[in-house]
Structures are given as C-alpha cells and as structure tokens.
Design a protein around this ligand. Structure first.
Ligand code: PLP
Length: 467
C-alpha cells in the first residue's frame, strides 16, 4: 500500500493522530504522535505493549484461509529462525555456511523437479515467487533477444503468453519489463488455457509461455505436458524456439509428492525454468521463494552480477541486495526434518481436509465446487445457480469473519465475471478438527441467512449469537 498521510501529519491538533497510551494511569502518560517521529524515547516494555496491542486488531493468521502462505511452523523451526534473524543472505563470504545451505536447497529443488544434469544445477533463492518470476521472465527475454539478434531481426516487440487467470506478478513482470502480455482467456467450467489458444497467441516475438501449476483462482494444474508437446511440434514447424516457464508457486511443492508421475517439470523438453514459493507449501514463514533453471545454459551470463566488496567474488542474480538469511535456513531445516515422507504426509493430510470440506460444502445443497477434481488443497466454490438465495458470497464471507474465519469472496477473471466465489486454502495449520468447527459455523450461517422471517433473528437468539 502506498500511504498518503501528509494531511494528517500536519494536523497536530487532532487527537486521532496520536496514540493515547492506555497505560497512562501506570507509567505512560504522554501521547505519542502516529505520523511523525516522537521527540523522546520510551521504555521498550511500553513500546512493545503499544505496538502489540494495536496489532490485536489484525485477523488471526491461523484462521486466515485466504492466504497460501505458511502460518504455522513448529517450535524448533521458530527457534532456529529467531536465532538467525541477524544473518544477511547477501554476506555470503561472511556466512559461508548459510550460502552453502542455499546452494543445497537449489540442488534439492533441481533434483525434485527432475533437472537433467545434477552437475549443472542453476537457481537462487528469492523473496518469493514474484521476485522469482521477474528473474525467470528476464532470462526468457534476454534469451529471446539473443535469438532474434542472431537472426538479424528486430527486438522491440516482445510478448509473453499467459492465462487470464494468472497471478498478478506476471502482469507486473510484463509492465515493468515492457513485454506485451498476451492474455489467453479462460472460460466458465474451464479455468486453464486451452492448448489451441496458446498456440494461436504465439509468434516469433513470444519470449515464452507461462503455465501455472496451481492457479490462484481454482488451484488447477494447467496441462503443462500438453503445452510442451504442442510447442514442440509448433517450434519444429516454424523454426521458433518458444520455451515454457512453469509458475509452480504452490504446485512445485505438491506435485513431486502427491502426483510424482505427473510430467510438468524438467522432464519436459521445453520447460526451461520454474518458480516456487518456499513460503507456501514449502512450509516456511514468509518470504522465501526459488527460481530454478533447467541448467546454466538458460540463465544468460550478463544478468549475473559479481561483486567483491564483501570479500570473495560472489555471483548474484536478485532484485534486492540485502535480505534475511533465516528463511533459507528454515527451508533447509524443513527439507532435512521432513524429507519426502514428511512432505507427502503433510500434503496428503491437507488434501484430505480439503476433500472433506468440499464434500461437506456440497452437502449443504447450497454450494458447488468450481472444479470436480481438486489438484491441490484449495476449494473454490459458488452458490449453486438453482438455489434461490437472497444472500451472496460476499455476505457469507462477512459473516464468517464475525467468527474469525478469513475467507475471501471474489469474482472470477474476465469472461467468467458472473462467477462469484469463495475460496479456502487448506494449509498445514488447518487441522481436520478446525475443518469440523468451520463447517459448524458455516451451517449456522446458512441457517440464519435462509430464515425468511427476519424477526426470526430475535426468536432464534442462539443462532444469531453464534454467527
Ligand atoms: C502466490 C503465487 C504467486 C506469487 O508468489 P509470492 O511468493 O507470493 O510472491 C505467483 N503465482 C502463483 C500461481 C501464486 O499462487
């Protein structure tokens, strides 16, 4: 958010612009300005209390079913992260062991994604999939430009073929790096790109096609193999070399464990790079992500900077310089702590909970899942068209919030705007017990909303109170 608070800052007479310490009767007396730096200092205890109290108004992250991002880690992981908050990832010469752990993580991921050559793995950590998308997108653009230059062709009109259900980071990439986004529309009941539409959007200026493993809107895995095979033929016919990038922000930590036979990764010839969020199903607190290339051939040398002012000569490819090192340490912790067995167990249990919720929601007779078969622990559901409801998903979202559940309601992308949906992302911290409690609340809400006679609100006090 870009805050514009100038007006408030000037208005020093307005009490609203000060924090009035509630502890005034004890030992905090003076109001503290909100929008300018206070003249004096206060005791750390008081500062802690003031900030902590204000944050009580935030939602409870454990009940945040909107986010894909980790909201629970075990105590040992928290402890390790706390102990390593002071490590700056960029100081690779000073913290060679942290750098080593990052490298091991890249190798582990490259292997998990079936990289073709274990002696030539290539990748880096990022602050999340968004930064990884910028880096992988740049590599695609640079490679395309080199190909065009070699053919003596103009390089001023690059485009990228993406789904209209794409996460905003790709629209950002296109705008920031001046690439025309070719949005392939999705349609109701079919929320991934059709292969034929992908090919139609491609031409000589296409720097790459982005396939999504776990779309933001419905959690579907796009058919990467189908795109790959079609592109293989298309490239052979046209002489183009249009590559695929897989946005596996969520799916990159799901498919290798739950559907290992699904070919979506470097087993496919045209998949040149993959991004994945360590802080989603990699099970680390925000923010860590990963960009992994098929091999070093796919990452143009002139994108990599080498600096020597920290001692040693370190190659870096990142948008930021300084960045916390502890999230990478936590990622490595998860890898050795959980192993494939642990990740599989946790993800299977998330899937079971998601399937349970899907069934229960459909059993209410009010809701319908947008897709029949879940690909990841995410349920997007709408109010059935044949239910004559005088409430909408936005109202349900609001009422769930009264009980602390954070469930977003939104409209689907262009072409499917009539679909107004609710979405639940099941993460490790959402136990089956919590899912039962959620359904109890959901049923109470439906009962309340479906009571025609609003005076019933009064005669049915229990229902009302518990909503
Ligand atoms: C979450 C997500 C992103 C953005 O990832 P961050 O790690 O939050 O930056 C990109 N693409 C998809 C498909 C996502 O689900």
């Amino acid at each position: 958010m870009i805050h514009k608070v100038q007006k408030k800052k000037k208005d020093k007479g307005n009490k609203k612009n000060f924090i009035m310490p509630i502890y005034g009767s004890r030992d905090l007396e003076d109001p503290i300005p909100k929008y300018s730096m206070p003249e004096g200092s206060i005791d750390p205890r008081h500062a802690y209390a003031l900030v902590k109290d204000e944050l009580m108004l935030d939602g409870n992250s454990r009940l945040n079913l909107a986010t894909f991002v980790t909201t629970w880690m075990e105590d040992e992981a928290r402890q390790l992260m706390t102990e390593t908050f002071d490590k700056n990832m960029i100081d690779k010469d000073e913290y060679p062991q942290t750098a080593e752990l990052e490298e091991r993580c890249v190798h582990i991921l490259s292997e998990l994604f079936n990289g073709p050559d274990e002696n030539d793995t290539c990748g880096c950590s990022t602050t999340g999939s968004s930064e990884a998308a910028m880096l992988c997108g740049m590599a695609l653009k640079w490679k395309w430009r080199d190909r065009m230059k070699a053919k003596g062709k103009p390089t001023d009109k690059p485009n990228m073929v993406i789904s209209s259900s794409v996460q905003v980071c790709w629209e950002k990439f296109c705008r920031y790096w001046e690439v025309e986004p070719r949005l392939v529309p999705v349609s109701e009941g079919h929320y991934s790109m059709k292969t034929k539409d992908v090919l139609e959007a491609c031409d000589e200026n296409t720097i790459g096609v982005v396939a999504i493993l776990g779309t933001t809107h419905t959690g579907e895995f796009e058919p990467v193999k189908e795109y790959n095979d079609a592109l293989d033929k298309f490239n052979a016919e046209t002489g183009y070399e249009i590559p695929l990038h897989v946005d596996a922000a969520s799916g990159g930590f799901i498919a290798p464990f739950l559907t290992p036979d699904l070919e979506w990764d470097f087993r496919l010839k045209w998949v040149k790079s993959i991004n994945v969020s360590g802080h989603k199903y990699g099970l680390v607190y925000p923010g860590v992500g990963w960009a992994i290339w098929r091999d070093s051939e796919e990452l143009p040398e002139d994108l990599v900077f080498r600096v020597n002012y920290l001692g040693g000569e370190m190659p870096t490819f990142a948008l930021n310089f300084s960045r916390p090192g502890n999230q990478i340490i936590a990622q490595y912790y998860n890898f050795i702590r959980l192993g494939k067995e642990g990740y599989t167990r946790i993800l299977q249990s998330c899937m079971d909970t998601a399937e349970f919720l899907k069934e229960e929601l459909e059993e209410t007779g009010v809701f319908q899942s947008l897709i029949k078969q879940l690909h990841m622990p995410l349920i997007t559901f709408r109010i059935r068209r044949d239910v004559d409801a005088d409430f909408d998903v936005f109202r349900i979202s609001e009422m769930l919030r009264h009980r602390g559940w954070l469930v977003p309601a939104y409209t689907m992308p262009e072409n499917c705007e009539d679909d107004k949906v609710l979405r639940i992302v099941v993460k490790e911290g959402m136990s089956m017990d919590m899912a039962h409690l959620f359904m109890e609340d959901m049923r109470r809400i439906l009962e309340y909303l479906q009571t025609d006679d609003h005076s019933a609100k009064k005669s049915n006090k229990n229902t009302l109170k518990q909503c």
